[in-house]
Design a protein around this ligand. Sequence first.
Ligand SMILES: NC(=O)c1ccc[n+]([C@@H]2O[C@H](COP(=O)([O-])OP(=O)(O)OC[C@H]3O[C@@H](n4cnc5c(N)ncnc54)[C@H](O)[C@@H]3O)[C@@H](O)[C@H]2O)c1
Ligand SMILES: [Zn+2]
Length: 341
Amino acid sequence: MAMKKLTYKFSNSSTDYYLAHGISHLKEIVDQKNSIIITDENLFNHHQKRFKNWNVIILKPGEEYKVQATVDSVIEQLIAMEADRKSTLIGIGGGVITDITGYIASIYMRGLKFGFIPTTLLSMVDASIGGKNGIDVGVYKNLVGIIRQPSFILHDLIFLNTLPQVEWINGFAEIIKHACIKDAAMFRELETSSLKKYQDRKTLICELIQRNAILKTRVVQQDEFEKGDRKLLNFGHTLGHALEKQHELSHGQAISIGMTYACHISEQVQGFKETNRVVSLLEKYGLPTYAKFDKQKAFDVLKMDKKREKKDINYVLLERIGKGVVKTISLRQIEKIISEL
Ligand SMILES: NC(=O)c1ccc[n+]([C@@H]2O[C@H](COP(=O)([O-])OP(=O)(O)OC[C@H]3O[C@@H](n4cnc5c(N)ncnc54)[C@H](O)[C@@H]3O)[C@@H](O)[C@H]2O)c1
Ligand SMILES: [Zn+2]
C-alpha cells in the first residue's frame, strides 16, 4: 500500500510527514542497514519487538541526560558502528530523544540526514516539529543547539498505548497553548471533549494530533528563525520556565501556570476578557493554574530570560481566544501585575 506523504517546505529544506502510519513502514523510507535508531530505555523495554533488525543506540531516559556527556557517548558509539555521511539517524522517543538526535545528526561529520518518530503526545504535536535541536548546559535549558529540519517525521500512535498519564497531560498543555494563540475552533472542541474521550477514541486523538502538528508547522514555515510569529509558541513559557527550574513541576504543569498568569497580564494590557474559560479548560485536562509559588524568586529568574531586552521583555499575550500577540512590556509592569494576583 502506498503511504500518504505530506511534504512541508522550510527556508532551505523540506520535511516529509507520514502521519498515522506505522513504524513498520520505516524501512520503506530509509535504508535499514545504513540507519541508526537513537531511543531510550523506556521505549526500548516497552516496544522491543519494533526495534528488531535495526541498529539501535539506547540512552537513559530523562531531561538530565539531554547534555553534552550523552552526546559524547553517542558519538563514540557512532564511530564504533562506522557511521558515515551516508548514515541516517532516527530519533524514536519523546522530546529529549528528538532534540538530542537532531543535534548529534547536525554535528557528527558536519551533518547527517535524520528523522523522527515522536512517541509522546508532546513530541508529536510540538518537540519534533520546527527543527530546534539541542541540549541543556547546567541550569540553562536548550542553551546549545542548532536549527535544522528533519528529513522526515513519522507518527505511529501505537506508542501512545504505553504513555504514562502524566505525559498525556503534559501534551495537552501544549495543545491548549496552540488553541489559545491560533485556533478558537479547536479551543471549543477541547471544551466539549475530555482527556478520557481522546484516550478512548483513536480517530479523535489522531485528528487532534495532526491538527496540532500542522498548526505548529505552519507557524514555523512562516518564521523559521523566530523573528516574529514563531514567538507566539512561547505563550505561557516565560513564567513557565522560571517556575519549572525551581519547583518539582513537569513542563506541562509549569506552562499551564504560566498561561494562567499570562491571561491575567493580557486582561490588563490587552483587554482580554476570557481568562475564566482558559483556566477552566486547563483544569479540565488535569493541569494546575493558580499554584502557590515564590513570586520574588520567579521574578528574579524571569529577569534573566532569553526574551528580555534591557528593561523590557517580549511577552506573549492573548487578544482573544485564538489570537495571540507579542507585546513588549516593562519588567516593572509585569512584576506589579504578578505580585498583585
Ligand atoms: N525542539 C522543540 O521545539 C521542543 C519543543 C518542546 C519541547 N522540547 C523538549 O522536549 C523535551 C520534553 O519532551 P517530552 O515531554 O516528550 O519528554 P521526554 O522525552 O523526557 O519523555 C517523557 C518520558 O516518557 C517516556 N516515554 C516516551 N514515550 C513513551 C511511550 N510511548 N511509552 C512510555 N514511555 C514513554 C520517556 O522515556 C520519558 O521518561 C524537553 O527537553 C523540551 O526541551 C523541544
Ligand atoms: Zn513547551
